[in-house]
Structures are given as C-alpha cells and as structure tokens.
Design a protein around this ligand. Sequence first.
Ligand code: C2O
Ligand code: CU
Ligand code: CU
Length: 478
Amino acid sequence: MERRTFLTLSSVTALYVLSGCGGSTGTMNDTTPGGENPGGGGTPAAGTLPVPTLLKPTDRNGTQHYDLNIIESTHTFFEGTDTQTYAVDSSYLGPTLLLRNGDKVSINYTNMLNEKISMHGHGMHLPAKMDGTAHQEFLPGYSWSAEYTVKQKACTNWYHPHTLHKTAEQVYKGIAGLIIIEDSESDRLDLPKRYGEDDIPLVLQDRKFNADGQIVYTPSRQEIMRGYTGDTFIANGAIEPTFEAEAKEIRFRILNGSNSTVYELGFSDGRTFRQIATDNAFLESPVRMNRLVLSPAERAEIVVDFTGELNRALTLHEFNYGKTFVKINVSKNPASSTVLPAQLTALDTLGTAVNTRSFSLGGRMGNFTINGRSMDINVINETVSLGQTEEWTVTNTMNIDHNFHIHATHFRLVKRNGRTNIAANEQGYKDTVYIPAGENVTFRVKMTDYTDAAIPYMYHCHFLEHEDNGMMGQFTVV
Ligand code: C2O
Ligand code: CU
Ligand code: CU
C-alpha cells in the first residue's frame, strides 16, 4: 500500500472532464433529455446509450499502466437531478480497460472515498495477492496496484469492489467497469471490433431510486434473502437509452452487473442472435438463440445482425421483469462489414478429474452459508493442489436462486442436476454459473500457474447480498 498525494475531488473531476470519456455514441456524462418513462426519481435523462471510455494503457518500461481513481461523484439518471454516486474516473461506473494477452500490466487504483475498499479483477487469472479481495483492502487516500502478466484467452471481464461486507453497497453506488482482453486469436477473427460503433459494451443493472432521485441501498432482511432488485433498469448507467446502430452485425459485450437480479434477455421482435463468448473465452462456435439468461456477474458476447434493416426500431428487452434495457434504431449505413466465422476457438476440456469436492449453499434469516459455514476471513476452507483437475458439485439447497463464482480461473460445466446435456451456450469457459432454487451443478476446474499457501482466493455466490452476508468461502492453491 502506497500513500498518495490526496487529490481533491474537484481536481479529479476536472481532469476527467478534460480528458473526456466518450465513445462516439455518447459519454457517461451525456444527459441529453428525451426519455419518456418516468422512474422512481422523475423523467429519465438518457438520450443516447453512454459508452464507457476505452482506456488504453501507458507503456512504462514494458509494463502497461492503468491509473484509476475511485471517487464520489454525481450522475444524471433523471432530468435535472444530481444523483450521488460512487464511480471510477466518471460520473457512474468506470472506463473499459483494454488488456492484451501476454502483457505485463499494472492497474493502479486510488481510493478517494471516505471508506476502505478493495478492487477485484473478476475473471482474471492472477496471483492471489493481486486478486483484490478483502485481503487487499486499502484505506481512503491510499492506492493499490494489481500487477501481473495477462495469461488467458480473449474475453470480457470486469472489475468491482470486493470489500468485506461492503461489496454490495459499493457496487450498487456505481463502482464497476469492464476489462476487455484481446489476443492473437481475437485479432484474426472477422468480428465487429470497432469499440462503441459495432462492438458495444453493455453493463446491465437495476436500481432503486427514492422520490428525490437518489440511489437507495437499504435492503430489508427479506431483500437480503431474495436479493435487492430495483424497479429502474439501466444500461451503462442510463434509463432506456437509445443506441443508433449501423445496419450490419453488431457485437454486444453484456455484463449482468446487478446485485442480485437474474436477467432473461432478448429482442422485442423475438429475433435470433448468436452467442459467441461466455465468461472467459469465445465459444468454439457461435450458438443461435433468441433468449439469453444471465445471473449476476455472468458475461455473454452476442452478435446480432441488422444487415439490410435500415430504419428498423426494436428494443433489447428483459423478460423476467418486463423491462426495456436499450432502444435500438438501425439508423446508420455500415462503416465496415463483418461475417461471423463458423469456428471461433478451441477450448481445453481440462482432462479427467482426480479429486471431487461438494459445496452446499444454504442459510436462513439473512445469514448464508456454504457447507454450513459463513464466510470467516480467518478461515481457509479448502486447499487445492496446483495443476490438479477436480470436479466440484455445488448444490442449492434453498428455495431461492443463487449462483457460484470462483476466482482466478475458469471451469467447464459437466452436469446440471445430474444430467450431462449442458446447453450449447454454457459449454464454454465459465467463472460464474447460475444455480436456480433446489438445483445443482457439477463442473471441472483446474488451478494453474500460481500458488500461495498464505493468501487465499475466494468462491462465493455472486448475488451480492448473499456474498456480503456469509455465502463465501476461501481456498488456497499449493
Ligand atoms: Cu466478481 Cu469474488 O467476485
Ligand atoms: Cu471474481
Ligand atoms: Cu446466493
């Protein structure tokens, strides 16, 4: 931990405004009026879909540096209303980091809040001491750097707080951003790659606002059990924004960035799209579908084809709650053309398992457990051997939904509820898996490259109210 000169909030904000934050379809501060559906706090302010800044690194002696300030800010969700937020060099959420496989990176976070924080690279394959969990918390006025060599396939990951018992609230107020990893394989594929034009990041969330348009995070015990779901659905921090699309294949990198809401996504006209990537890699080949279920923290990249559809209007819709996330107007002539390849990558099956473990997700009265124990920062629950393939079975014993996330690596699903017929779009590298009430999943997993007998990684339910209230455990790799 390194003491930093404490910049004032206004100086960071000013700096940020000067350096800009926009893709060409709008910025995180873009507040053009024009929304129609009143939310909890008034008339939505969103016009065009904001696109987080794409943050390319600065090379210093062969290491790629990224500097991020975690700040208190205000954001315009509703016309004429300043909503108090937390953010990363922005008014809400943070920039998208662009990383390349093989690069040495240093991601330096500075805590300008009035509370401690930790910053986790979700989906990143890295040493435990660079994981950014509650073991690497840093105080107000301090910085912390995640330094490692990127060693994984092209995918869409994300960063978010992982502060003990405070993750849910800190994410809810706005701290999260995407990490895009590219590699030589993604370079070669004929995919939409123009960030903000035909390659569109979508951080999907829901929020509760009070009558003054302020974010409210006060879950009742019932809401801790069921998960804290808001009635206002937002995409990249905007309520029902409009995306002006080129009449061509468009790639959406979708993150379920909610605290505890499972989204069932599709287009208002029921059209077919193709999923091309799961959490940690491309799928071997694109999977045709018209509905996509994502539980909290899961990512999916999809390609939807608007070729020849100039003037078409449709929406990206959420079907579990009946909400519009994004209005889409196909209004622009294509500036390039792409043809989605039939083969995208080859994936490792992880071999035969030599060990099994089981995890039972349970709890009551707002207290959650894994195998009967609540998260204890001083307890290492599991010790895993490096390079050994294991099969983990996770059982949701409750009548509410959960999911399960492992740090530092990816897994391959082998069974859902004892059956091996895994859906085609789940047959890829995953780090988070949805486990509906009463169900179970089995996956194959292997820890590679990094050991640390003292500092653990974590596994947990990624419904953040559950994670913060005990449904998390720790493992070391030796
Ligand atoms: Cu998305 Cu333990 O984290
Ligand atoms: Cu994680
Ligand atoms: Cu849960």
